[in-house]
Design a binder for this molecule. Structure first.
Ligand code: PGA
Length: 247
């Protein structure tokens, strides 16, 4: 199965000029790599610059209404109209820095899927000590996916991003990633069915760098990576993509 590599630029780079430069160096390479699904999650204002490209584009968030008096928000239909077919929902920075809760995230997931977007649901515990975090993860997944129609679940990708690994240069141990991927699948089995749980794509994100990416790509049940900081450096990002060619 094709590996998936998502670049999450977050609120970077500072100007459209810099964004064009970064996009150019990444996309030239990305177009050639047929073996890997490369998805670029850019700030909304930059997405509109690159809509006609062959590269798969992704929103970093989306609102749950179709249109109307919601100042500052972006609808699933707006993303689709620009040729953006993916969206990240529930990134930990939106949860913890912008106060998004599971209820809001659930609405966004349902609206995104209903509009035909592929939704990358980001989940992850804040701390991994003791055994409480398993309960936290289970509740988070169950609440976020509450009432999501089974038939739309094939368009859902889970990005497991433990909060304590994001931007900390301290990624998870591969054995812990394996254990968590199995756990996530078990929760998906509870929510949906066996086929959905076994077929679900699970990505890992959190301090992924060219030096450590391979060991996460090798973990059974992991379909790819969500890359933050390293995706802003075209060379590093290319190196990570290259690793998927042999994974
Ligand atoms: P990081 O970010 O790779 O910089 O740790 C990952 C993310 O937040 O998606």
């Amino acid at each position: 199965m094709k590996k998936i590599i998502v670049a999450n630029w977050k609120m970077n780079p500072k100007t459209a000029k810099e964004a064009k430069k970064l996009f150019k160096s990444v996309s030239g390479f990305a177009k050639k790599s047929k073996k890997t699904e490369i998805i670029l999650a850019l700030p909304f204002v930059y997405l509109s610059l690159f809509g006609k490209n062959k590269i798969k584009l992704c929103g970093q968030d989306v609102f749950y209404k179709e249109q109307g008096a919601y100042t500052g928000e972006i609808s699933p239909a707006m993303l689709k109209s620009l040729g953006v077919n993916y969206v990240i929902v529930g990134h930990s920075e939106r949860r913890w820095k912008c106060d998004e809760n599971d209820e809001l995230i659930n609405k966004k997931i349902k609206a995104g899927l209903k509009a035909g977007l592929k939704v990358i649901l980001a989940i992850g515990e804040k701390q991994r000590d003791g055994s409480e975090f398993w309960k936290f993860l289970k509740n988070q997944i169950k609440n976020d996916l509450s009432d999501v129609p089974k038939k739309l679940a094939k368009n859902l990708i889970i990005a497991y991003e433990p909060v304590w690994t994001i931007g900390t240069k301290k990624p998870i141990y591969p054995k812990d990633l394996l254990e968590t991927a199995i756990f996530i699948r078990r929760v998906l089995l509870d929510i949906f069915d066996r086929k959905t749980a076994l077929g679900a794509k699970i990505l890992y994100g959190g301090s992924v760098e060219p030096e450590n990416a391979e060991k996460f790509l090798e973990v059974e049940g992991i379909s790819g990576l969500l890359v933050g900081g390293a995706s802003l450096d075209a060379e590093k990002f290319k190196q990570i993509i290259q690793l998927t060619f042999d994974a």
